[in-house]
Write a protein of this length. Structure first.
Length: 287
């Protein structure tokens, strides 16, 4: 994209694509604490069951609803496993076929998270927050885990990430929802460790009242390790060599001036996402 030559042009209010270097989500809205959940309504583990996580932030609760599952063999072991991992992370444990995958299979459970004012069901918008899916790996043999997230603005991976990415469309509540599925390897990475960035990803959400997430597993044969725990930590973490994400954004203002032989360019875009810098790749109108 040519921005400035000997004749300065006014370029404002058109969409461009920027390559965003996400060295860290600096100031990414602070962390949210998911702990001490309680059933609000419905049957525990059944579709439609609603759980409340109190005080995820000041005067803020989160309501988590089981929206559905791949089939009747998928089941909830624990909404928030606290015997390992991180106390303040949300750690659902989901199993398949009574703990033993019968052969090649792909299973999942979908959750909807809604932010509400403390002690109520009145929805509340969150300006921004981050969600890190940690330790997306396998059992060392025939099973691998995956996490599918929807509605986020951007995401981060380590340069040497071993996760496989797939674009996905549609949730139970919104057939048009766009997201990404992050599949881990069958290799078992020891412990649930935030330094294990090769098997984790961090997504940033903006101006969010609710969002959906799926956690699942894939088996390539009979295995007795289908009960898998997923560590979803609403906090940012440091990546050694973060992989660049390419996102469509829109300029809201653009000004360029020439001071001698030095060009000064000032611009603003329509998001408050904290990124380290932009690299202009192209505009969608060819300018």
């Amino acid at each position: 994209m040519r921005i400035l030559d000997t004749t300065l042009k006014s370029l404002c209010f058109f969409p461009i694509f920027l390559s965003i270097s996400l060295a860290t989500f600096a100031g990414g809205g602070g962390k949210l604490d998911f702990k001490n959940s309680a059933l609000v309504s419905g049957t525990p583990g059944a579709d439609g069951a609603i759980y409340r996580f109190p005080n995820v932030d000041k005067d803020l609760d989160a309501l988590v609803t089981i929206k559905g599952r791949s089939d009747a063999l998928a089941y909830l072991v624990d909404l928030d496993m606290i015997t390992s991992g991180f106390d303040k992370a949300w750690q659902p444990q989901v199993g398949y076929n009574a703990g033993t995958a019968p052969g090649p299979a792909d299973w999942w459970m979908e959750f909807e998270i809604v932010f509400v004012e403390k002690g109520t069901s009145k929805q509340k918008e969150i300006n921004e927050f981050v969600l890190s899916a940690i330790d997306i790996d396998g059992n060392g043999h025939l099973i691998r885990e995956y996490v599918a997230m929807y509605g986020f603005e951007s995401y981060m991976l380590e340069t040497n990430s071993v996760l496989s990415l797939t674009n996905v469309t549609g949730t139970i509540g919104n057939p048009a929802a766009n997201g990404k599925r992050f599949d881990g390897p069958t290799v078992n990475y020891l412990n649930i460790d935030t330094s294990g960035t090769a098997v984790m990803t961090t997504a940033m959400y903006e101006k969010t009242t609710s969002f959906s997430i799926r956690v699942g597993g894939v088996s390539s044969g009979v295995s007795g390790a289908s009960e898998r725990m997923y560590s979803l930590y609403f906090q940012e973490f440091k990546y050694s060599q973060p992989q660049t994400a390419v996102l469509p954004v829109h300029l809201t203002s653009f000004n360029a001036t020439l001071n001698g032989s030095v060009a000064k360019i000032d611009w603003k875009w329509d998001s408050e996402a904290p990124v380290s810098h932009f690299t202009v790749e192209r505009s969608d109108d060819g300018k």
